[in-house]
Design a protein around this ligand. Structure first.
Ligand code: TMP
Length: 241
């Protein structure tokens, strides 16, 4: 039985992996997850069959867990395999990346082999701008450009590290190492900062704890094959979390 009583209205936005629909409640929107996949800021395109279902369900399961542990999120109610009612937010225009193990762009930039554990978690920020390929920025750029104030950035860093701890422990139970991930935050109409967007194999690096097999979108980004199987494997493991 649906708890949120609202009508799905017009499409407000279509992104690379999701569509967002308005509802007749001005504070709620419906997110619809797609199977479409892009990488290299849209230069590589494809479809990952079943991804919409996996990402919707995984993101909701993780957001519910975070919410229970004191992290406010946009999650309201899952209404179908690929659709969820979420709180409407104005997105802080930053990708917040948290890293526990060197991989991807950090490995390239700093010449550190992938898989090297980091002594402590690293937080990075990228300015969300497709035309500029989401450039990395620091707190000084963010304050200078007015993308977020100091109080918001303090809260974002505190939440990001808390989310990291909670997710590491959650994935450890299903033999998955959380290498790194990307978060997005937004503000509701009353100004409250909450976690938005998604947490899924599209936005995280997941490695099998023993074999270090990649169970995430790197299989698509790097043409490794077994992409659908990796998403399904993560979904299967989380059923036991
Ligand atoms: P990176 O190593 O390519 O910078 O990626 C770090 C993490 O952030 C990785 O888990 C993938 C995720 N990510 C996104 O979800 N969206 C993006 O646009 C980028 C660049 C990274």
């Amino acid at each position: 039985m649906r708890q949120t009583d609202m009508k799905k209205l017009n499409q407000m936005y279509e992104g690379k992996a999701k569509k967002v629909f308005a509802t007749d409640d001005p504070d709620l929107v419906i997110v619809s997850y797609k199977d479409d996949a892009t990488a290299l800021n849209g230069k590589k395109r494809g479809t990952i069959s079943g991804k919409g279902v996996v990402n919707n369900q995984m993101s909701n399961q993780l957001m519910k867990m975070l919410e229970k542990n004191g992290v406010p999120t946009h999650f309201v109610e899952e209404i179908s395999d690929t659709e969820t009612v979420v709180k409407k937010v104005t997105i802080v225009p930053l990708e917040v990346i948290v890293r526990n193990v060197a991989a991807g762009s950090l490995s390239k930039r700093l010449g550190v082999p992938e898989g090297t554990p980091l002594r402590k978690p690293v937080i990075e920020y990228c300015y969300k701008c497709d035309e500029l390929d989401d450039p990395m920025v620091n707190e000084y750029h963010i304050a200078a450009m007015g993308w977020a104030d100091d109080d918001t950035m303090k809260k974002i860093a505190t939440y990001a590290l808390k989310i990291d701890k909670l997710l590491i422990a959650y994935f450890k139970k299903v033999n998955v190492d959380l290498i790194d991930f990307k978060l997005e935050f937004g503000k509701t109409s009353d100004g409250t900062l909450i976690l938005a967007d998604e947490i899924s194999p599209d936005t995280c690096r997941f490695w099998d704890s023993k074999t270090h097999e990649k169970l995430d979108k790197d299989r698509f980004r790097r043409d490794m094959g077994g992409v659908e199987e990796a998403y399904e494997e993560m979904a299967r493991r989380l059923q036991n979390a």
